[in-house]
Design a protein around this ligand. Structure first.
Ligand code: ADP
Ligand code: UDP
Length: 235
């Protein structure tokens, strides 16, 4: 896969075209943002750790027959992926009350949910990624009926797999965000699965091992990412 020109720079990654029109390269940066881009910073070596974590998880998901965009890890910071037409949707998968869910309903962080909750947001930075429901997805044409069925099914299957995977590493998977896109008629899981978009708590101590350390100025951000990186890579 030969890198061609830069076609997009996002908050955490840069996208390059390649010599293959069906493939892209995702370059993982150390940049970190939070609270709608108002908080900005750098997490040293985050790009290297997130590329490695995401690559490993996508490979495991492929082995578990969850269709995704991963093609190959190309270098420390670069991942080759299928070029998708992204759906403008973020799927939030929640096992335990945290973050905006706790705030919205006045609930205590850490309360286990009796079953997994799926939430949807319309992915548009200028609108601050507003929350939406299944009707919005269908009525506004952000996905088809069949795609919605697949999104829900894949999201729950990814959750089942990841809860067990992280549990085996001594980590509780509290919640996470997924993105999907279309490739030649198929719906594929895309983007990244990393401590940037997951809440991961140490099973024994409850210590936060994810981007909340950056969001909430808890310190030890790099150290937390490194714990997840080493556990995932050594699994
Ligand atoms: P953001 O765009 O939200 O700032 P990033 O910096 O992570 O986020 O940029 C990566 C962008 O690439 C995201 O907008 C994501 O939707 C998109 N993306 C992820 N995987 C693919 C893919 N396989 N094909 C096309 N676009 C993708
Ligand atoms: N999340 C994400 N990107 C977003 C919104 C949420 O990666 O644009 C992730 C976030 O890291 C957390 C989960 O989705 O693991 C649920 O997020 P929540 O709505 O609680 O986010 P908060 O507003 O607290 O960051």
């Amino acid at each position: 896969m030969q890198k061609k020109e830069k076609i997009y720079e996002g908050k955490a990654k840069i996208i390059y075209s390649t010599d293959d029109p069906d493939h892209l390269i995702l370059y993982y940066k150390d940049d970190a943002t939070a609270f709608d881009n108002t908080k900005k910073g750098t997490i040293v070596d985050k790009g290297i750790m997130n590329n490695a974590i995401s690559s490993k998880i996508f490979q495991l998901l492929s082995q578990n027959r969850i269709p995704n965009h991963f093609v190959e890890k190309l270098s420390d910071r670069e991942m080759g992926v299928k070029k998708l037409q992204m759906l403008p949707v973020e799927v939030l998968v929640r096992n335990v009350v945290a973050g905006s869910l706790a705030k919205r309903y006045g609930m205590e962080e850490g309360t286990p949910l009796k079953r997994t909750i799926l939430e949807f947001c319309y992915k548009d930075d200028s609108l601050h990624d507003p929350q939406c429901n299944e009707d919005h997805l269908l009525v506004f044409g952000w996905c088809t009926d069949q795609e919605l069925i697949n999104i829900k099914n894949y999201s729950l299957r990814v959750n089942d797999f990841l809860v067990g995977f992280f549990d085996s590493l001594g980590i509780r998977l509290i919640d996470f965000k997924l993105e999907f896109g279309r490739f030649k008629g198929d719906l594929l899981l895309a983007d990244e699965i990393t401590p940037d978009g997951c809440r991961l708590w140490d099973k024994k101590t409850g210590e936060k091992l994810d981007k909340d350390r950056f969001r909430r100025d808890l310190g030890g951000v790099e150290e937390a990412y490194k714990i997840v990186y080493e556990k995932v890579l050594n699994s």
